[in-house]
Design a protein around this ligand. Structure first.
Ligand code: NAP
Length: 363
């Protein structure tokens, strides 16, 4: 077994390596670049630290928010409690005849993991290049891009029940993965934290090039690193860098509609992008629906629809969470008026005491 200690103690760097709560207001990291504070924002490096801090905060009746990098959240207002940033690191690899088995700390940076694998000639994750966030967030969202989803590799997820400190392992089926969905958004949304993820990457590698932007690559010749580079180039050309322009990637999920609804759209829009699913329903591109409503580049206060990619909402500078939510609501209404489809946010909404229902928050 190869054990890589990737511990980069960011807490020590910024002097926050504590296991007690301090009454200081601190800004919550989020890729939308929205300026919001919590009473405490603490990185956690071990499972016991995580349980201790969570229990200390809840004993004081404080709400607790668990975050990785804040890459898929819209924080609507200051948080009235403690934010714990998962920084549990470490990657362990074991090898069997036909696969590599990885056990990864939830606080590892996702794209660093992808590079780590490719550097060791372990292919599989290349289509998931450059997705922001930490490994622990990947199963929550069942991250996916260019025809690949985490569930294809996920063997297990290790979870801690924070009230009791009990750790347990969910296999892939128990994770109830779906399109940007999992049990971690539902039954295990509260009082639980993901501490590690187990992946199985098969040695019999096949390139996955069926998405339009990758079709030009030669399946006989292409290497995993070349796919990684191609995905990075595409993403950089289409998606704004959150470090420059605050955003959380795709704001809405691609709706999956029945064939009658799809036919209605296709009668009026012959070129509407649509992708039949195995269950007979049809996936339509949310970005295309928004674009058809003339909303690409649309601004509402300091929030805007990205003019490169209509599925991405951006913070044009000093936008509040409420402004972005108001823009999201406007988009939903426009798309519903035109196509009779209610878009569902992919981004999760956080209010002052924790996650809130996005529909309620934006309607
Ligand atoms: P795109 O290529 O412009 O295509 C638009 C949508 O059509 C995609 O969202 C994709 O759905 C679907 N699609 C395209 N080709 C398909 C195929 N061959 N089979 C089935 N569905 C197909 O998409 P894009 O916006 O540039 O994104 C490219 C990939 O990166 C997509 O997989 C997208 O989900 C992913 N991505 C995710 C985020 C995020 O924040 N979650 C942000 C950017 C990109 P799917 O989304 O179901 O794949």
């Amino acid at each position: 077994m190869q054990v890589i200690d990737s511990t980069e103690n960011d807490a020590n760097k910024i002097g926050l390596n504590k296991t007690t709560l301090e009454d200081v207001a601190l800004e919550i990291p989020n890729t939308f670049g929205i300026h919001v504070n919590a009473q405490h924002v603490l990185p956690v490096h071990t499972e016991s630290e995580l349980v201790t801090l969570w229990q200390q905060a809840t004993a004081k009746n404080q709400p607790v928010l668990m975050l990785g990098s804040g890459s898929n959240v819209l924080i609507l207002e200051n948080f009235a409690g403690t934010v714990l940033l998962n920084r549990i690191r470490g990657i362990q690899i074991t090898e069997s005849a036909d696969a590599w088995h990885l056990h990864i700390g939830a606080g590892e940076v996702w794209n660093d993991l992808v590079n780590f694998c490719l550097d060791r000639h372990i292919p599989g994750l290349e289509n998931l290049a450059l997705i922001p966030g930490r490994v622990g967030s990947a199963p929550v969202q069942n991250i996916g891009a260019y025809g690949v989803e985490l569930e294809q590799f996920c063997k297990y997820v290790d979870v801690i029940q924070l009230k009791t400190g009990e750790k347990f392992r969910l296999n892939k089926t128990q994770c109830k993965f779906g399109f940007r969905e999992s049990i971690f958004k539902h039954e295990l949304r509260e009082h639980h934290a993901i501490v590690a993820v187990g992946l199985c990457l098969k040695k019999a590698w096949q390139p996955i090039l069926n998405y339009g932007d990758l079709k030009h690559l030669d399946p006989q010749q292409v290497t995993p690193r070349q796919i990684y580079n191609a995905v990075c180039t595409i993403r950089r050309s289409k998606l704004p860098d959150p470090a420059v322009l605050g955003n959380a990637g795709s704001f809405f999920k691609n709706p999956i509609i029945n064939s009658t609804e799809a036919d209605n759209i296709l009668q009026s829009y012959l070129n509407a992008p649509h992708h039949p699913q195995s269950d007979g329903r049809i996936k339509v591109a949310a970005g295309w629906l928004i674009e058809q409503c003339g909303l690409k580049g649309f601004k509402l206060g300091n929030a805007a629809v990205c003019d490169h990619h209509a599925l991405v909402l951006i913070n044009n500078g000093n936008a509040s969470g409420r402004e972005i939510a108001a823009l999201a609501n406007h988009i939903r209404q426009q798309v519903a008026n035109r196509f009779a489809i209610w878009l569902e946010p992919e981004v999760r909404f956080v209010g002052k005491c924790g996650e809130v229902d996005a529909f309620t928050a934006i309607s």
